[in-house]
Design a protein around this ligand. Structure first.
Ligand code: T4K
Length: 413
C-alpha cells in the first residue's frame, strides 16, 4: 500500500483525545509497573484461607483429598458432564487422556495452539501432524484435517482457541468416517458453550486448564471431563500410578494428582466465576470501544448466542491496512510497560523439535502463518481497570497516528 493511502488511513484524533507522549519516542512510560497478560484473578480471600485452615487441620494435602473431590463434582455440575478427573495441570491431563484413548502413530492437531498440545503427543512418541486453521475462527480447519489422514492416523485433537469452540460437528463427522478418536484441548474454554451446550461434553473427553494465567485458576491445575464412565475410571487410575486400592496397582500410570491447595484455590475461583466473566466482558467492551475505527486493527468477535469467558483480548492487526504492524505495536506497548503477547507465535511447527522434524511445514500452513503474524493479546482480568484500558487504547491510537516517527525510531534501535 502506498504511503499516501496509509497517511489517509491514520486514525483521527478527536478533540477530546489529547495528544500523549509515547515512551518509544522518549516520554516516560505510561505505567510505572508492568501490566501482564495472564495476571491471576483471585476469588474471595476469606473463603480461600478458610479452606487452607481446614486442610491444615485435616492434614490431608493430596491424593484424592476432600477438596479435590469437591472440585471435581463442582466442575462436572458446572459443565453438565458426568465425570471430572482433576489433574495437576492441563499438559499432564492431555498426556493421560491421549494414553487412555490409546492414540498411536499420527494424531492431527492445529499448529496454532500452545506448545503443550503438540508436546503431549510427542512426549509419548506419537507424531503430531499439524493442520492449518480457518482464519475466520482461528480454529483448526476440518477440510485440512481430512486431507492429512493417513493409514497411521488414530485421532484428532481439536483446540477451542480463545474459548471459541472449534467445528466439533465437522470434526466428529470426519472422525466417524475414518474411525478416529477425538479429544478436545479446552484449556481456554472453561465456562464457554458450543451450539448451546457447555464445552466439556464433546468428543471422547475434553481437557481444561486452571493454570494461574487462566481466568479461573487453581494456581496450577487441569481437569479431564467425559460422559464415558469406563474412560473416567481408566483416567482416574492412570492419574494415580494405576493404584486401584492400597498396595494394588492394576494399570500403568503416572502422578497427575491435584493437590488440596490447588483444589482450594480452584473451588474459590469457581465461586467467583460469574463475576470474573462479567468483568472480562466489561473489559472486552471497553477495549472494543477504544479500538473502534482504528484502520486495520480489530478485536476478534465472540458469538453472543454462546456463553463465553472473554478471558483473552485478541486483536488482529492487518499489516496492509494498519499504520503499524503487530510487532511494531508490541514494541510500542512494551515501552509503556504493557507486556502485550503474540500468542501463538511462533506456532508449534516453528518451534523445536517440530521445526527440525518438518522444515517445510509452513508451506502446508499458509493461514496459520499469516494469522499468527497478526495477533496481539492485551491484558485483562481483575488487575486491569477501565481507565487503564482507555490509556492502552490511546497509546495504540497515538502510535498509529505517529506511525512514521515510531517506525523510524524502531529502525534506529
Ligand atoms: N493447551 C492450551 C491451548 C494452552 O493455552 C495451555 C496453556 C495448555 C494446553 C497447557 O495448560 P497447563 O499445562 O499450563 O495447565 C502461559 C501459561 O503458562 C500457559 O498455561 C497457557 N496455556 C499459555 C497460553 O500462557 P507462557 O509461556 O506465556 O507463560 P508466562 O510465564 O510467560 O506467563 C504469562 C504472563 O502471565 C506473563 O506476562 C506473566 C504473567 N503471570 C504468570 C504467572 C504464572 C503472572 O502475572 N503471574 C503468575 O503467577 O504460558
Amino acid at each position: 500500500m502506498g504511503m499516501k493511502k496509509r497517511e489517509q488511513q491514520r486514525p483521527h484524533r478527536t478533540r477530546t483525545q489529547r495528544k500523549i507522549g509515547l515512551a518509544i519516542l522518549g516520554a516516560r512510560p505510561a505505567f510505572a509497573e508492568n501490566l501482564h497478560v495472564g495476571r491471576p484473578n483471585i476469588g474471595n480471600r476469606k473463603a480461600l484461607f478458610r479452606r487452607f485452615d481446614e486442610m491444615l487441620r485435616r492434614r490431608w494435602f493430596t491424593n484424592d483429598g476432600p477438596l479435590a473431590r469437591e472440585f471435581e463434582s463442582r466442575i462436572a455440575q458446572y459443565t453438565g458432564v458426568k465425570h471430572c478427573v482433576a489433574v495437576c495441570n492441563a499438559t499432564v491431563a492431555l498426556e493421560i487422556a491421549i494414553r487412555a484413548l490409546e492414540l498411536r502413530g499420527e494424531v492431527i492437531l492445529p499448529s496454532y495452539t500452545f506448545i503443550a498440545t503438540a508436546h503431549a503427543l510427542q512426549w509419548q512418541e506419537i507424531t503430531p501432524v499439524f493442520a492449518d486453521m480457518d482464519p475466520g475462527t482461528h480454529n483448526v480447519s476440518p477440510a485440512h484435517i481430512e486431507r492429512l489422514i493417513t493409514p497411521r492416523t488414530t485421532g484428532i485433537i481439536g483446540v477451542h482457541i480463545w474459548g471459541r469452540a472449534c467445528a466439533t460437528f465437522a470434526i466428529e463427522r470426519i472422525a466417524k468416517k475414518h474411525k478416529l478418536k477425538v479429544l478436545y484441548d479446552a484449556a481456554h474454554a472453561f465456562g464457554c458453550s458450543n451450539h448451546g451446550r457447555m464445552i466439556g461434553g464433546f468428543g471422547s473427553c475434553e481437557v481444561f486448564s486452571f493454570h494461574a494465567t487462566k481466568f479461573m485458576n487453581s494456581f496450577e491445575g487441569g481437569a479431564i471431563v467425559t460422559n464415558d464412565e469406563a474412560l473416567s475410571k481408566k483416567l482416574r487410575l492412570m492419574r494415580n500410578f494405576g493404584f486401584s486400592g492400597p498396595d494394588r496397582v492394576i494399570h500403568l500410570g503416572t502422578n497427575g494428582k491435584m493437590t488440596e491447595v490447588c483444589a482450594a484455590m480452584g473451588l474459590t475461583s469457581l465461586e467467583s466465576i460469574e463475576e470474573l466473566i462479567a468483568l472480562n466482558y466489561r473489559n472486552y467492551v471497553e477495549y472494543q470501544n477504544g479500538i473502534e475505527g482504528m484502520p486495520g486493527i480489530s478485536l476478534i468477535r465472540y458469538d453472543a448466542r454462546e456463553k463465553g469467558n472473554y478471558q483473552y483480548i485478541v486483536a488482529e492487526v492487518d499489516p496492509d491496512v494498519a499504520p503499524l504492524n503487530r510487532d511494531e505495536l508490541v514494541a510500542v506497548l512494551q515501552a509503556e510497560n504493557v507486556l502485550a503477547r503474540k500468542y501463538f507465535w511462533p506456532c508449534c511447527h516453528r518451534m523445536e523439535p517440530y521445526r527440525s522434524f518438518y522444515p517445510s511445514a509452513r508451506l502446508l500452513l499458509p493461514e496459520t502463518e499469516r494469522v499468527a503474524a497478526r495477533i496481539l493479546i492485551l491484558p485483562t482480568g481483575q488487575a486491569i481497570s477501565s481507565r487503564v484500558i482507555r490509556r492502552i487504547c490511546m497509546i495504540i491510537r497515538e502510535a498509529c497516528h505517529s506511525a512514521s516517527l515510531v517506525r523510524m525510531k524502531l529502525r534506529a534501535c
